[in-house]
Design a protein around this ligand. Structure first.
Ligand SMILES: [Zn+2]
Length: 512
């Protein structure tokens, strides 16, 4: 995932630092059953009119009329016992793992605009169809894609050393033969910004600023601005910009990511991220005297098409609105995009499938957004669905890996609503807090529709080790913990079952 614009704006305001574009750097049958359980004291059983027909042997037409009357008489709300049963079923189900294994094995790395993105699109359609989703369709949108070419770098002197690096998305190329220059080392982005305008003429700037490990995304939020600081280096005369990977790891795997596309008239220079030990090595050498680096970065930019793929679990009441959830289908190229973000797709798909077994009142739409890493799919989704935003009850995105969820945030005022109160007890056994602070940031792919008025929720994942692997060659199936993946599915399932069978609107000013 990339850090979200809203978060960065808050961070920027707090720190007076420049903002980074976040998208660069997420029934009738039910009511009848509930009433049937209440009036006829049935312990278990089927739903809706078939249940009535079996139980009290009424003609079907009469049963339908009875259901309608009950519906008018009583608002919909979820049955916490059913939500608890589904939650526990998720803990023993491997569907999410098999989806995750399938996408990472059969497609692998899939940057938007690459040939693999079309393979991912077809995989998405086939997976939705195989799992029984309806209204499965592809939403194309225009995409200017940055695609990596050959990359290499080495310390020429004083102590020759091959460097581990990855180009940063939207970086220009170096000349084909590369460039060679002395390195100017800064220990933080603030130090670079404080340097005079003539500090770095003809040099390669390195910002070697460590990232802080945090359970939430704040460590990343505070550190990621360094990835988009090429203009700061360029305006001080630099010929290239190197950044210590935005990473909590000490291994040599470099972490890629995108820089904010430069605005009109803003000069940038070729930019790459170094593995953490290599950035430290340059700093140590520079304490002994001038360090010279040779850098060669190739990439190309294409105007092409990207695709968001969508599938529904159809609700029993078309007027009850749609819940939009999902993850992003695109990934960075070094790994297989397991935690970023095949896991988000797998978690939300399985949760929706589990809730489908109870025939929810509201439609649950699972979306595989097609260009999160380099931006565009959130805006494209808003443009394509502008006319139906009022019908989207709430949106959520899973895009911070596959480790345990530790807190649940809902729109302001939600915890006071009786229909949602049971959620606190439903997620507590999963060691998830019902966070009192309202959800403000549901994920970068739903940021645009959130900005246009769609309420969001956040199931916040433990990101403590996420930034050891994020955007690296190590983002593979091997780092996913199957038990924690199941905890995610269980949490999403309990939340979806509850909201999909309530008539809570979440919109400010509405009673429900
Ligand atoms: Zn992501």
């Amino acid at each position: 995932m990339t850090v979200h614009a809203a978060l960065v704006q808050r961070l920027s305001a707090a720190l007076s630092t420049s903002a980074v574009d976040n998208s660069v750097d997420r029934g009738a049958a039910r009511a009848a059953n509930r009433l049937a359980l209440h009036y006829f004291s049935a312990g278990v059983g089927g739903r809706g009119d078939s249940f009535f027909a079996r139980t009290i042997k009424l003609p079907k037409l009469l049963v339908s009329a009875a259901c309608a009357t009950f519906l008018l008489a009583a608002p919909a709300s979820a049955d916490p016992a059913t939500a608890a049963r589904l939650r526990d079923a998720a803990l023993g189900d491997d569907t999410a793992w098999s989806i995750l294994e399938s996408l990472t094995t059969e497609v692998g790395p899939r940057p938007a605009g690459s040939p693999a993105a079309a393979v991912a699109r077809d995989w998405g359609v086939a997976k939705f169809t195989a799992l029984g989703f309806t209204n499965v369709h592809v939403e194309p949108f225009a995409k200017t894609a940055w695609l990596r070419g050959a990359e290499s770098a080495e310390i020429v002197g004083p102590f020759p050393h091959r460097l581990a690096l990855l180009g940063i998305g939207n970086s220009p190329s170096t000349p084909p033969e590369g460039l060679t220059a002395e390195v100017a080392v800064f220990k933080s982005l603030a130090e670079l910004k404080a340097a005079p305008g003539n500090c770095c003429t003809g040099k390669i700037v390195l910002v070697n600023q460590p990232m802080t490990r945090t359970q939430d995304i704040w460590g990343y939020g505070l550190g990621v601005a360094a990835r988009s600081a090429a203009p700061e280096a360029a305006k001080r005369g630099a010929v290239a910009y190197l950044v210590r990977s935005i990473s909590t790891s000490t291994n040599r795997s470099p972490h890629t990511g995108a820089m904010r596309p430069p605005g009109p008239g803003v000069k940038v220079v070729p930019t790459a991220a170094l593995g953490v030990p290599d950035a430290d090595l340059i700093e140590h050498m520079s304490a002994r005297g001038p360090v010279t680096v040779h850098l060669a970065l190739q990439s190309h930019v294409v105007d092409t098409t990207a695709w968001t793929v969508s599938g529904d679990i159809a609700g029993s009441d078309p007027r009850a609105g749609v819940i939009v959830i999902g993850g992003h289908l695109d990934s960075w190229d070094p790994g297989t995009g397991a935690i970023d973000d095949a896991s988000g797709i797998a978690i939300t798909m399985e949760a929706a499938k589990l809730v489908a077994t109870t025939h929810p009142r509201r439609t649950i739409r699972v979306v595989m957004w097609g260009s999160e890493e380099t931006g565009g799919s959130g805006d494209a989704y808003l443009a394509a669905h502008k006319a139906e935003l009022g019908n989207i009850v709430i949106a959520g995105e899973s895009d911070l890996g596959a480790d345990n969820i530790f807190s649940l945030q809902l729109p302001a005022g939600s915890w006071e609503k009786p229909d949602l109160k049971p959620l606190e007890s439903l997620v507590a056994p999963l060691k998830i807090m019902a966070a009192p602070a309202p959800a403000e940031d549901g994920g970068s792919d739903i940021e645009a529709i959130h900005g246009a008025g769609v309420p969001v929720l956040a199931l916040n994942q433990d990101a403590s080790r996420y930034f050891d692997y994020h955007h690296t060659a190590d983002d593979t199936l091997a780092i996913v913990d199957p038990l924690q993946l199941k905890q995610n599915v269980a949490a999403w399932t309990a939340v979806l079952e509850t909201i999909a069978n309530s008539d809570v609107t979440f919109r400010a000013g509405k009673k429900k």
